[in-house]
Write a protein that binds this ligand. Sequence first.
Ligand SMILES: C[S@@+](CC[C@H](N)C(=O)[O-])C[C@H]1O[C@@H](n2cnc3c(N)ncnc32)[C@H](O)[C@@H]1O
Length: 452
Amino acid sequence: MVAQAIPKPENLMVLANSIQSSAQALTDYWKKNGLQQPSFDANSPKTLFPPGTDPAVIAVQHELLSAAEKLRVLAHGPADYLQIHLLGFLELAAVRYIHYYKIASFVPLPTPEAPPGIDVPTISYEDLAAKASAAGYPVVTADLKRMVRACASSMIFCEPVPGHVAHTASSAQMITSPEMQAMLCVAVEENLPAVEKTLEAIEKFGPDAQEPWQTAYGLAFDTKGQGFYTYLTSQGPERVARFSLAMKAANDNTGYGTKSVADAFDWARLGKAKFVDVGGSRGHNSFAIAKKNPDLTFVVQDLESVIEEANATVVPSLPSDLANRVSFQAYDFLQEDQPVQDADVYFFSMILHNWPDKYAAKILKKTVDAMKPGAQIFILDSMVPEPGRIPLGQEKVLRCLDLAMKNLQNARERDAQDWEGLFAQADPRLKLDKVYTLPGSVLSLTCLSLEA
Ligand SMILES: C[S@@+](CC[C@H](N)C(=O)[O-])C[C@H]1O[C@@H](n2cnc3c(N)ncnc32)[C@H](O)[C@@H]1O
């Protein structure tokens, strides 16, 4: 029997005191730095902490979230909590409705300069239904009311005047943030249909299926032998662009974001180095590192459709310094040999967790075959800790993404042992040099080299 860590006593008062002290520390931090405190107001800033915030402050936020969640569970009591948790699934029907019929876009936003809570613009359910109907959606007042009110029970929309809807901070994001819009689309239109097929896929393809198409997603969309990415690409540039934008939203998220990648390692130490960002999407990680490290040059590689989209939308607006140092290249890491053989760094951010071992090993092997002496591989991905070792909210993100990986591609979030097994399978000469933690993120940066 494996020894278990003894959990700290956590009762209502212990948790409430912890919440009190974390909330006070954060409030002091926001006041001292002249930042807005969190509120439900539609004009609230999108995130609570500016880039570069001290990780110790983010850690306090996580303590607050963990304690608040545990307090909520205890305050419900076991049976009541389980029931509330299960009822939460039903809310997805309302989120789906709001999304498909673009309800958030018909609710007025306050002007950006409007003071919080004063003259909040509202719309009656009747007028809201009329606007949505005029746009061609089958929306009637009775349905609309129940859907909006279900969301409002999670602080997404509110009803400041009975019968009249207004935006909250979170519902406003559905309008003001293109990234969050894309994230909502991916959640509702890609992930949700797959979730319903998880068991069916296990029964049909077996619990150890290793092909990226033998999945819940494959069944939900009848992908005809194509994995998630190949299928998505076959569906045209809009769907690919939407997914890339949603990835940017994930990247902006403090818990699962890669945006602190520039600070995770002393990249300047590499000198005048060439950096290949494999599966780099629209190049956001390369840009973040490039801005702070003028000696580095970058090749961002991705599927042809993604690169075409990046060339059309990202490249034309790049400042000349970045345009001169960051180029884009179409490269399929499963089908082709790595074309860049003089690089110093091959960087994989959020790539290998998308692939079952069989394919992740193949991707790494193609990299090893291209590496010049002294070149390194950097992997930015999760290294899943034992349960209960990270804050509850962060653990929830990792565990849910692990499920998403299984549903989309038969892939997974790996722990230290999984990674070791993968490296050995790809090439026994691969040597793990160091694992760096990313400030404020659940991700790790793993550095590998090739033993002579
Ligand atoms: C989860 S996203 C990660 C994007 C980016 N590296 C990041 O950290 O945000 C996975 C990326 O892998 C790309 N991809 C999927 N299959 C690929 C393939 N066969 N060859 C090259 N890129 C691929 C996708 O287009 C997507 O941009």
